[in-house]
Design a protein around this ligand. Structure first.
Ligand code: DAH
Length: 340
């Protein structure tokens, strides 16, 4: 009987240890530990033992049963797949979840389109690969104008350039539509510029155009003043400096009072109190005539502003390269800022 007991101990132990999953373990348990299993069978032999052997054999059987049941329980734990709940170490610090952010240029562009939108300007779009015809010719740009130089402009085959300004969208819009026209057109422009902290061969402009009967320069100034006040605050003042652009006559460069020192003079405005924001003017009649508008009836104003400059001022960005480097450490700083 002892021999029988030892044999079953060995067999059952081996079988429990070699079960590779819970289903196999279950089969082994049924075979050895169930009510009709091998261990229960040994208990039946107890009746055949002599009266003096019986207590010791009974004890040995109980020990065997306890031993195998303990092994079965241990194997069960070992084979049970770790449940998700129990694998979380609640003492570890949480993993930061970053949900992305708007790019500073997107934030500024949305702000610009929102302000001009409230004044009745809709957004028009144009291609970045542009015909020389639209980028220069129809904008009244003379053949000798330095902006046409290959040292400034990236020329492509078949009469194309990579657009150097957003102004060609003016012409494309006027070709398709009669006045009144009130559009802005934000987008990328390209020039052969040596990159530094404030210059990049690709940057962003926002074009504006208003053509209707009797549009005046006073309206141009009023529109830009409203815009810059919405952008930089109601204390902002505007200054026009005479300039030349081929597509406007008269033309002006636009300065605003520095929003940081309120015109007192500081590091950002190089102690002048003023910041240069872009160009503007009354649309040259040659441009209007070029798209077939009657210049006796219609006049218009146009402007072009630098968007990167505004974003850099708005967010205190020192280097224009940060806007295109896609450095996540930089971009993360705009997390949680939403367009107005
Ligand atoms: N296109 C000009 C530039 O890139 C900016 C500009 C000036 C646009 C005057 C205009 C304008 O529409 O009227 O320097």
């Amino acid at each position: 009987m002892r021999a029988e007991l030892d044999k079953i101990r060995q067999e059952a132990t081996a079988a429990l240890n070699s079960a590779t999953d819970l289903a196999a373990l279950e089969q082994v348990s049924i075979k050895y530990l169930s009510r009709k299993g091998a261990v229960a069978g040994l208990f039946k032999l107890l009746g055949q033992a002599s009266a003096e052997d019986r207590p010791a054999f009974g004890q040995a059987l109980n020990d065997l049963k306890a031993e195998l049941e303990a092994l079965e329980a241990a194997r069960k734990i070992a084979l049970t797949p770790k449940s998700k709940g129990s694998s979380i170490d609640t003492t570890l610090p949480g993993r930061a979840q970053w949900i992305g952010s708007y790019h500073p240029l997107t934030l500024v562009m949305r702000e610009i389109t929102d302000i001009f939108g409230s004044m009745g300007f809709r957004v028009a779009d144009g291609p970045e690969i542009e015909l020389v015809k639209y980028n220069f010719d129809m904008l009244n740009t003379p053949a000798w104008h330095p902006s046409r130089d290959e040292s400034d402009t990236i020329y492509l085959p078949n009469g194309f350039v990579v657009r150097t300004e957003t102004s060609p969208v003016q012409v494309r819009t006027m070709e398709k539509q009669d006045p009144p026209i009130r559009i802005i057109s934000p987008g990328r422009v390209y020039r052969r510029d040596r990159p530094d902290a404030t210059h990049s061969p690709m940057f962003h402009q926002c074009e504006g155009l208003y053509v209707d009967k009797g549009v005046t320069m006073a309206e141009l100034k009023g529109t830009l003043l409203s815009f810059y006040r919405a952008l930089f605050g109601q204390q902002t003042k505007l200054r026009f400096r005479p300039h030349f652009f081929p597509f406007t006559e008269p033309s002006a460069e636009v300065d605003v009072t520095c929003p940081f020192c309120k015109g007192e003079g500081c590091r950002i405005c190089k102690n002048t109190g003023w910041l240069e924001m872009g160009g503007c003017g009354m649309v040259d009649p040659n441009v209007l005539a070029g798209v077939g508008y009657d210049t006796e009836i219609y006049t218009g104003f146009a402007f072009g502003l630098g968007i990167d400059r505004i974003a850099m001022l708005r967010f205190g960005i020192q280097n224009i390269r940060l806007l295109t480097d896609s450095d996540v450490r930089f971009l993360r700083q705009f997390s949680g800022i939403t367009p107005r």
